[in-house]
Design a protein around this ligand. Structure first.
Ligand SMILES: Cc1ncc(COP(=O)(O)O)c(C=O)c1O
Length: 380
């Protein structure tokens, strides 16, 4: 049978429909991806150049996949300016597995200090407690997680195994604006929902990690950027797939890596470098986008209310509430008919949440802003 048989596209009109059907998707994750990255993946899905088959079908030991994973790492190093004494690992198990792997690998018999600034850092502390000793050095739960601590409101224990923070609390929309002072204690940061949203100084962290499915690619891969001396701490008794040292020595290929997710991560970081022009540019765009929504909230006469205090407002996740549950339901339904989707707040906090990650185009945020203004006018 001729190969052409398998390539026959019997429904060309379907492609048209799927593009027209695309909405502005404000999901917190898995989330919107840049169109150029999706288009490139679509273009290469039948045949990866030089491979004769797709990235879904090629061996992870092939030179084509090695080129992809090397390019993904090179892109990440370039975007974040990662120093040479850091390793970049591509791991599975999501960010949640890192909550346990971090203490398993680097804590030893010390105690770890945790900043509890929202749901994710609280969860991380809970997982770490199953593995070793932890110490909550600041907890924002009394004020329902609206802000991060100011200097002077916490003390990092000088003998702590590490100090842990979540740079952006995805659910509460609370983002640190400057790093805590940790002295000689290694800072460990979960940047799952704000990696690549602005430039960072990786040398300030011992570990900087992020799952991909919010701001960097699809679900399935988690980037772990870790300083060499911390890689060396992994105890030999740890199973291979939980051991940073083994995973680093195996170049993230101790077993089959999540090939497609790594490939998409490479395409998204290509977009950040080549189309956006780097993280300074991305940051400028993100600040402008976020300002549109926060202005709509602030100027609504109390119809919309945000969650975080102004100084800690996230430029990635914008949670807000309306005056009643009925209005929230109406808002979400009407928004959908304007092609503005996945705006429900997290089930633990209710209300609405607009996640406006890097790939959300400014037009999408403008459309949401205009809808918010019109809805408040009609229903306020
Ligand atoms: C800040 C943060 N950390 C961790 C996680 C958990 O990530 P995963 O689902 O990849 O385990 C999330 C996911 O929503 C998150 O927003």
């Amino acid at each position: 049978m001729a190969l052409g048989h398998f390539l026959t596209d019997k429904s060309p009109e379907k492609r048209q429909i799927s593009m027209q059907d695309r909405v502005y998707n404000f999901s917190a994750g898995p989330a919107v991806l840049p169109l150029p990255a999706l288009k490139k993946a679509q273009e290469e899905l039948l045949c990866l150049p030089g491979a004769g088959c797709s990235v879904l079908e090629v061996s992870h030991r092939s030179k084509q996949f090695e080129a992809i994973i090397d390019a993904a790492e090179a892109n990440i190093r370039k975007l974040l300016g990662i120093p040479d004494n850091y390793r970049v690992l591509f791991l599975q198990g999501g960010a949640l597995l890192q909550f346990a792997m971090i203490p398993m690998n680097i804590l030893g018999d010390k105690s770890a200090d945790y900043f509890v600034t929202g749901t994710w850092s609280k969860t991380a502390g809970g997982e770490a407690k199953l593995v070793g000793k932890t110490n909550v050095i600041w907890d924002g739960s009394d004020t329902k997680f609206t802000h991060t601590p100011k200097s002077g409101e916490y003390t990092v224990n000088s003998d702590a195994g590490y100090c842990y923070m979540t740079s952006n609390e995805t659910i509460q929309g609370v983002q640190w604006q400057s790093l805590p002072e940790t002295g000689n204690v290694s800072l460990v940061c979960d940047a799952s929902s704000d990696v690549f949203c602005k430039p960072v100084d990786v040398s300030k962290y011992g570990i900087y990690f992020a799952c991909a499915q919010k701001n960097a690619g699809p679900a399935g891969v988690t980037m772990v950027i870790i300083r060499d001396d911390l890689v060396e701490k992994s105890p030999d008794i740890l199973p291979k797939m939980l051991n940073y040292k083994v995973l680093a020595e195996g170049k993230s290929m101790v077993n089959t890596p999540p090939c497609f997710a790594v490939y998409m991560l490479k395409l998204v970081t290509d977009w950040l470098l080549d189309d956006v022009g780097g993280l300074d540019k991305m940051y400028e765009r993100n600040v402008e986008k976020a300002q549109l929504l926060y202005d709509a909230i602030d100027n609504s006469g109390g119809f919309y209310r945000g969650h975080a205090v102004k100084e800690n407002r996230s430029i990635m996740n914008v949670p807000f509430v309306l005056p009643s549950e009925d209005l929230t339901k109406k808002f979400l339904e009407e928004a959908k008919s304007h092609k503005l989707t996945q705006l429900s707040g997290h089930r633990s906090v209710g209300g609405c949440r607009a996640s406006i990650y890097n790939a959300m185009p400014p037009e999408g945020v403008l459309a949401l802003r205009d809808f918010m203004l019109a809805f408040a006018k009609q229903n306020g």
